[in-house]
Design a protein around this ligand. Structure first.
Ligand code: SAM
Length: 212
């Protein structure tokens, strides 16, 4: 849908999906089994996941990373999305149940990425989040390169607040400086707003940008 869907239909990027059940070896097409050591839930089998990864790798460009969407992974960031947008693509593994057998993650050198500190029931939505974050950064997709350069995280800060017409709404006016036509003053106001918003909501981002 939206930007990513339009870019897909225009051939700016491509998506190919594999059903992991096609790599099952029994008549029930099962892909999971009970956890070694006991406990609740089911675990996706290493041999079946490996066969699916190997099949995906046959069609992938050299250097394509294999990423398992996982709550245990490195948090997804805007800079990782940029790196993915500039790279050859990605093979995305969507987990289900309790997740994947650890051995396949190690044997196939799989990177783990999380989209946040909460648990989803499957990796598909997480994969869509990662795809959307990367695809909108591909040249020509978002349409307005300036807004990409100014948006949240681009400079290590959250973005400044936005306003549009009407000039006054329910007694609230647009900040005077934005109507002044003085571009230098507007740029300074936006920078100050971005900094104070980041300090109040995400001081961890300020710490990171000072360390850069
Ligand atoms: N037992 C796992 C744990 O505690 O870390 C959770 C498994 S979850 C029910 C099933 C699948 O959803 C995972 O294998 C993963 O692919 C996906 N998933 C869940 N939360 C996610 C998150 N925050 N980021 C990325 N993927 C996630």
């Amino acid at each position: 849908l939206s930007l990513a869907g339009k870019a897909l239909s225009e051939g700016t990027w491509a998506l190919s999906t594999l059903d992991i059940r096609d790599f099952a070896t029994d008549k029930h097409r099962s892909v999971d089994d009970t956890p070694a050591g006991g406990g609740a839930g089911m675990v996706m089998r290493a041999d079946i996941a490996a066969a699916a990864i190997d099949a995906a790798r046959e069609d992938a460009a050299p250097g394509t990373p294999t990423i398992y969407l996982s709550p245990r992974g490195t948090p997804l960031t805007q800079s990782r999305a940029h790196a993915l947008a500039q790279g050859p693509g990605a093979i995305l593994l969507c987990g289900r149940f309790e997740g994947l057998d650890q051995r396949v993650l190690e044997a196939r050198d799989v990177e783990e990425i999380s989209i946040g500190d909460y648990v989803l029931s499957g990796g598909e939505l997480a994969a869509q989040v990662l795809i959307d974050a990367a695809v909108r950064l591909l040249p020509g997709v978002a349409g307005n390169e300036v807004s990409l350069a100014e948006e949240s995280f681009a400079s290590g800060l959250l973005e400044y607040p936005h306003y549009t017409k009407p000039r006054e709404w329910e007694g609230h006016a647009i900040p005077e400086v934005l109507l002044s036509g003085d571009h230098e003053k507007i740029a300074k106001w936006r920078r100050d707003q971005a900094e104070s918003l980041t300090r109040a909501r995400r001081p961890d981002l300020l710490d990171k940008s000072q360390k850069r």
